[in-house]
Design a binder for this molecule. Structure first.
Ligand code: NAP
Length: 336
């Protein structure tokens, strides 16, 4: 286990922000972590567990330990006639996992194709796209409490999943390291065509497979979303917004074209991308920080933007959306 000092995190966050970690450690397995917590320096320092770095914005250098678990194990339990259970190490690349399950013909993860990051990060913000959320396939999550080194197993309920939320992003934020995730996928299942771009892509819905959905999702994402390998970004920077009935009526009377979706819980989802676009931010650029030209929910780093510059831009966007619509946007990425 190698501990490196003043280590650049630029290649470890998809925003491509330059920031230094006082100490950087890559862990091959959970046992390595047990060795790390025995170090005096580790106990005294601030700690930041890192996954694929695809949902964080580094606001400055990190004066403490940044550590990443590389465990790429994959255990398949195929004994059930209807379902397959797979337990996947935290460091397994998310899209490689989706590709593998789709090639096996298993149902459940196909709508979540093309999302950057590693498997250990997927429960943290309950990743979601095209009408699917990963919570619907998660059986349990194994992790370690950073302070004590004790293991925990949370079943789906204990993860307390919500829209881009979980216990790992709330009470346990920065306090645990996710070791592995167990998923239940269906051997024969139903495809999720609830989102119109997906449904519209298939005139003939007979004989569709998870592989067809994956292919379509990858195409749609490529058209709209910037590839972090080419241009720094962390996917959706803001969450979608939710309003009550009274507020919705007010918005529709002022902006008849406003899109909305019934959350079936008394609230209505308003795509935040629409609100940002209406305030004129789509494609905006200041220095190397900007709003993506095809999807205004995504903030981008054209090269050398700092975390502070992106935070400054986000604050301006939040203020202008609030002024125009009376809706306060919430940030989805974790700011460190
Ligand atoms: P889109 O399909 O053009 O839809 C625009 C917005 O409307 C999305 O935010 C989506 O909400 C919502 N929406 C569309 N159809 C819906 C339905 N049938 N029921 C409820 N809500 C509906 O969106 P897009 O920008 O191309 O994104 C497609 C998908 O990729 C979305 O699910 C989006 O969340 C996901 N995505 C995720 C990230 C990320 O970083 N996590 C980044 C970009 C896009 P939802 O966002 O709640 O699904």
């Amino acid at each position: 286990m190698l501990i490196q000092n003043n280590y650049s995190l630029r290649n470890y966050n998809t925003f491509g922000i330059e920031a230094l970690a006082r100490y950087w450690v890559e862990l091959e397995n959970a046992e390595d972590f047990q060795k790390l917590i025995l170090l005096n320096e580790f106990e005294k320092s601030k700690k930041l567990p890192m996954g694929g770095g695809s949902n964080i914005l580094l606001s400055s250098d990190f004066d403490g330990f940044v550590f990443k678990l590389n465990d790429k194990s994959l255990i398949v339990d195929d004994s059930d006639p209807e379902s397959v259970f797979i337990t996947v190490g935290s460091g397994f690349d998310w899209d490689e996992l989706v590709k593998y399950t789709v090639e096996e013909g298993w149902y459940g993860l196909e709508n979540l194709s093309g999302i950057p990051g590693c498997t250990g990060a997927c429960p943290i913000q309950n990743i979601g796209a095209y009408g699917a959320e990963v919570k619907d396939t998660i059986v349990n999550v194994k992790g370690i409490y950073i302070d004590t080194g004790d293991f925990f197993f949370f079943d789906n309920q204990q993860c307390n999943f919500g829209y881009r939320e979980s216990v790992f992003k709330k009470n346990l934020l920065g306090k645990c390291l996710i070791v592995s995730v167990t998923f239940q996928l269906k051997k024969k299942g139903q495809l999720n065509l609830t989102y119109s771009p997906i449904a519209e892509a298939f005139q003939d819905k007979n004989g569709l497979t998870p592989a067809n959905i994956r292919e379509e999702v990858l195409q749609l994402r490529n058209k709209k979303l910037p590839d972090p390998k080419i241009i720094g970004n962390a996917g959706s920077f803001f969450k979608n917004s939710a309003v009550g009935n009274t507020k919705l009526k007010e918005l529709v009377s002022s902006y008849p074209a406003i899109p909305y979706f019934d959350n079936k819980d008394g609230s209505y989802k308003i795509p935040s991308a629409y609100l940002i676009e209406q305030c004129g931010w789509k494609g905006y650029r200041v220095g190397d920080a900007g709003v993506h030209q095809n999807q205004s929910l995504v903030l981008v780093n054209y090269g050398n933007a700092s975390g502070q510059e992106l935070i400054g831009l986000a604050k301006e966007i939040i203020a202008s959306v609030y002024d125009k619509f009376g809706i306060r946007l919430e940030i989805e990425v974790s700011i460190v």
